[in-house]
Design a protein around this ligand. Structure first.
Ligand SMILES: [Zn+2]
Length: 424
C-alpha cells in the first residue's frame, strides 16, 4: 500500500505517488512577533515527522517551513521597531523548535528575502488581469476565479469580506501589496510605490521558488484554510501553476487544563513547556494525538505522555525480547494510512524488542528514551558496597545502603549479573 493522506481540497484520503516521489512539502510557519505557542510547534513537528517517515519509505522528500517576518501582527506588536522584533522572534523560534531535538526543515525562508520575486509575481497577476492597483495597494480580483472558495468550502458569491477598503472593486478582493503607512517601519520600492507584500503572496512565492510551481503537500494549521490558503491557491492557479496537490491541515491545540493556566498562564509558550515538561514529553503528547484532530494540551495529556516515556525507558532497562513477525509492517501501515501516529504509538507500546523500538523512536526524535541514564559515581559506589554487604549476608547494612541510594534519587535493582540503577 502506498502512503495516503487526508486532503482538505478533495475531502478524501489521497495517495502519494510511489517512491521515490519526489514529495515536495511546504508547511506554513510562524509569524514572528512573540515567543511561539506550543500550538505553533504542531505543524513544525508534524511536517518534520512526515518528511522523515517518507524518507525512510524511500521517498525523496523536501520540507520548506517559512518564517513570516512581514505582517500586520508584527507592526502591531512592536510599533516603530517591527524589523528588530522580527529578527529577535525568529531567533526565539529557531532556538525553541531546535530544542525539540528534531532534524531541521530543509529550508526556512524569510519573506523579507523574497521581495523581488514577490513583486514579479504580482506584476504577472496584473498583466493577466487577475489583479489591480489602487492608491499604492494591489488587490487580487476574486471575481476572476470561478473556483474561489473551493478549498474552504464557501460559495464563491458568499465569501467573507477581507481587508475592508471602499476603493476595492469587490469586498472579497484581498491585498497582494500594501502601500506604506506612517506607523509601519519597513517598506520596499515597487512599481506601485513604497510598501510591503500581503501575507498570502509571501507563501505562494516562497513555496514556488524553493519547491516548484507544482508540489505534493501543503501543510499548516486548520485556522489557515481561510483566507490564507484559499488565497495562496487562487494566486498561483491564476498564473496557471498547479500548486499543491494535497492540502494537509493539522488540528488546533487546545489548553483547557486549569492547572496549566495557573502556573504558566493561558498561553503556554513552547519555551515554557520545554523547560517545564521536557522535550520528550511534548513530542510524546503530539504523537499520541492524530495530527488532524484538535489536541488538548492538558495536565492529563502531559501525564499520559510522561508515563509513556517512562514505559519506553523501562523497556530498555530490561532484556530485549523479539517482537512477533510482521510488527514493523503493522507499524508502517498505521503511518502510511493518514499518518496515524496514535495507532503507531499503541503498537510500539507492546514492543520489548530493543532494536525495533529504537528504530521507531528514532523516527520521532525520541531515540534518547533508549539511552540509559548513568548514575553518578558516588551512587554506583553505594550500590557496590550494598552488593558486598549482601554477599556477606549483612542485610541490615544492605537495607541501609538501599535507603541512602534512594535518598540520592536512585533505585537499586538486583539483576542476574549484579545491580541496576534506575532514576526514581
Ligand atoms: Zn503561509
Amino acid at each position: 500500500m502506498s502512503t495516503r493522506l487526508y486532503n482538505t481540497l478533495s475531502r478524501k484520503l489521497d495517495e502519494l505517488p510511489d517512491p521515490p516521489g519526489p514529495v515536495r512539502m511546504y508547511f506554513c510557519g510562524p509569524t514572528v512577533y512573540d515567543r511561539a505557542h506550543v500550538g505553533n510547534a504542531r505543524p513544525f513537528v508534524v511536517g518534520i515527522w512526515l518528511r522523515d517517515w517518507l524518507r525512510l519509505r524511500g521517498y525523496d522528500a523536501t520540507l520548506v517551513h517559512n518564517i513570516t517576518d512581514i505582517n500586520d501582527k508584527i507592526y502591531e506588536a512592536a510599533p516603530g521597531r517591527s524589523a528588530e522584533r522580527a529578527v529577535e522572534a525568529t531567533e526565539w523560534y529557531l532556538q525553541d523548535t531546535g530544542d525539540l531535538g528534531l532534524e531541521a526543515p530543509d529550508h526556512l525562508p524569510k519573506a523579507s528575502d523574497y521581495i523581488p520575486q514577490i513583486i514579479e509575481f504580482i506584476e504577472k497577476l496584473i498583466e493577466r488581469d487577475y489583479a489591480y492597483a489602487v492608491e499604492g495597494d494591489v488587490y487580487f480580483r476574486v471575481a476572476r476565479d470561478p473556483d474561489y472558495g473551493r478549498l474552504s468550502g464557501q460559495r464563491p458569491d458568499q465569501v467573507e469580506e477581507q481587508e475592508p477598503n471602499p476603493l476595492k472593486e469587490d469586498p472579497r478582493d484581498f491585498a497582494l501589496w500594501k502601500a506604506n503607512k506612517p506607523e509601519e517601519d519597513t517598506s520596499w520600492d515597487s512599481p506601485w510605490g513604497r510598501g510591503r507584500p500581503g501575507w498570502h503572496i509571501e507563501c505562494s512565492v516562497m513555496a514556488e521558488e524553493l519547491l516548484s510551481p507544482v508540489f505534493e503537500i501543503h501543510g499548516g494549521g486548520l485556522d489557515l484554510v481561510f483566507p490564507h490558503h484559499e488565497n495562496e491557491l487562487a494566486q498561483s492557479k491564476a498564473l496557471g501553476h498547479g500548486f499543491a496537490h494535497i492540502w494537509a491541515h493539522n488540528g488546533m491545540l487546545e489548553a483547557t487544563g486549569e492547572k496549566m493556566a495557573k502556573s504558566v498562564g493561558n498561553i503556554v509558550t513552547l519555551r515554557a513547556a520545554i523547560d517545564e515538561y521536557g522535550r520528550e514529553t511534548i513530542l510524546l503528547a503530539f504523537l499520541g494525538a492524530h495530527w488532524r484532530k484538535p489536541m488538548d494540551f492538558s495536565e492529563e495529556t502531559r501525564r499520559q505522555a510522561q508515563s509513556r516515556g517512562d514505559g519506553f525507558r523501562e523497556v530498555f532497562r530490561n532484556r530485549s525480547a523479539p517482537a512477533p513477525e510482521g510488527e514493523w509492517e503493522r507499524f508502517g501501515a498505521a503511518l502510511d494510512d493518514d499518518f496515524n501516529t496514535p495507532e503507531a504509538l499503541a503498537i510500539m507500546h507492546g514492543w520489548r524488542d530493543h532494536d525495533l523500538l529504537r528504530r521507531a523512536l528514532d523516527i520521532f526524535g525520541l531515540g534518547s528514551l533508549a539511552e540509559s541514564e548513568a548514575a553518578p559515581a558516588e551512587v554506583v559506589q553505594l550500590a557496590e558496597r550494598r552488593q558486598q554487604a549482601r554477599s556477606e549476608r549483612d542485610f541490615d547494612e544492605a537495607d541501609r545502603l538501599r535507603r541512602d541510594i534512594a535518598d540520592a534519587g536512585w533505585e537499586v535493582r538486583d539483576v542476574d549479573d549484579g545491580f541496576q540503577l534506575v532514576p526514581r
